[in-house]
Design a protein. Structure first.
Length: 366
């Protein structure tokens, strides 16, 4: 019975192009109802000063329930209508192009524009908090205290953005005469062939490795007593509260991610290396490589968009300190490259996908 259930679940997941747009419609309708609830005075509005403790980092810092919640309700309803039209394959010519533009706008807004740097911080420090929780470390910090509802809401929005992205990909493929599962048509696009993907994938990996290395160099310089790119006063203030060692920890995780990124173009990214017990010589599941890389690419891009927005404004906040770009350029300049890092990592994951996917089990194309 359990084996039959597992097989049925696998078949359901493999039919994702058929149902993912309906899932995006359900998500949009549900979130739209939340907007209506907040508009009617319900508690839990997650945006803006007075509702979000980190509102100064958010693109919706000035949001108010009475103004923003009705907009959320309306956009949720509109999104549900558009997603159902996509699920039914509606739209040709200019209408199809409009649906695609609206759908990608929803996906990008939810997954990249609305979230901020805090999502990346939680993802980076979650293993430390979870492993240290049974031992009471870090002192006075509990895992769920570090993730308030406004931040959980950002995760919900990222999930909605991913649903919208998948729904849009499926709609573009099916309405364009391609296979809904692999996107192939009888006319082969040269840039998606394994040879081409190997070439541009290497360039993407090089960028996705270089940016976190540059970021890590500045943070470790501060931790080791070198105030590179920041004022002496700001350096002293950060050292007094232990900010630089916290930054070095995050930088170390970025370096670990850079090393793992190399696996997207190395043999050990396809076959587990011989020094690994049990797994040595086995094929690496593609999802184990592609899914984490894609998620990190989205989260890093979202954090980078936030820093670019702050950079354009001329000031940003680090460790509770408002600092300016011209005085402390080392604190912001590496983060301004994070959107490049995220896009490059996403491209590298896509290249890995094209290079290793093989023949499609649904349409038979290679």
């Amino acid at each position: 019975m359990a084996a039959r259930t597992r097989r049925r679940d696998r078949r359901r997941w493999r039919r994702w192009p058929e149902w993912v747009a309906y899932s995006a419609a359900l998500w949009s309708a549900t979130y739209g109802l939340l907007g209506l609830y907040w508009a009617l005075g319900g508690p839990g509005f997650p945006f803006g000063v007075g509702h979000d403790p980190g509102a100064h980092l958010s693109v919706l810092a000035g949001a108010r329930p009475e103004r923003t919640a009705p907009v959320i309700a309306a956009l949720g309803l509109l999104g549900a209508v558009v997603a159902i039209a996509m699920a039914r394959g509606r739209g040709r010519g200019a209408r199809r192009a409009l649906v695609i533009v609206l759908a990608w706008s929803a996906a990008t807004g939810l997954a990249v524009v609305l979230p901020d740097f805090r999502v990346l911080v939680v993802v980076a420090y979650a293993p430390i908090l979870l492993l240290g929780a049974p031992f009471g470390w870090p002192p006075g910090v509990r895992f769920f205290d570090a993730i308030p509802w406004p931040l959980i809401n950002q995760g919900v929005c990222i999930g909605g953005g991913l649903l919208w992205a998948a729904a849009t990909v499926a709609y573009q493929r099916l309405s364009g005469g391609a296979c809904g599962h692999c996107g192939r048509t009888d006319a082969v696009a040269e840039w998606t062939t394994p040879g081409a993907a190997r070439r541009w994938g290497r360039a993407a990996v090089a960028v996705a490795v270089l940016v976190p290395v540059l970021y890590a160099l500045t943070r470790w310089a501060w931790a080791l007593g070198v105030p590179f790119g920041i004022t002496a006063r700001f350096y002293r203030e950060g050292r007094a509260i232990g900010l630089w060692w916290s930054g070095a920890a995050l930088a170390t995780l970025a370096l670990a991610g850079a090393v793992l990124t190399l696996g997207l173009v190395r043999r050990w990214g396809e076959v587990f290396p011989g020094w690994l017990p049990v797994l040595a010589g086995r094929v690496v599941p593609r999802a184990l490589v592609i899914v984490p890389a894609a998620l990190v690419a989205i989260i890093v891009t979202a954090a980078g968009v936030m820093f670019v927005r702050m950079g354009v404004a001329g000031t940003f906040v680090l460790g509770g300190h408002a600092i300016t770009l011209h005085e402390n350029w080392g604190a912001l300049a590496p983060e301004l490259l994070w959107p490049v890092w995220g896009v490059a990592l996403g491209a590298a994951a896509l290249a890995y996908h094209y290079r290793t996917r093989g023949r499609c089990r649904y349409c038979g194309r290679r």
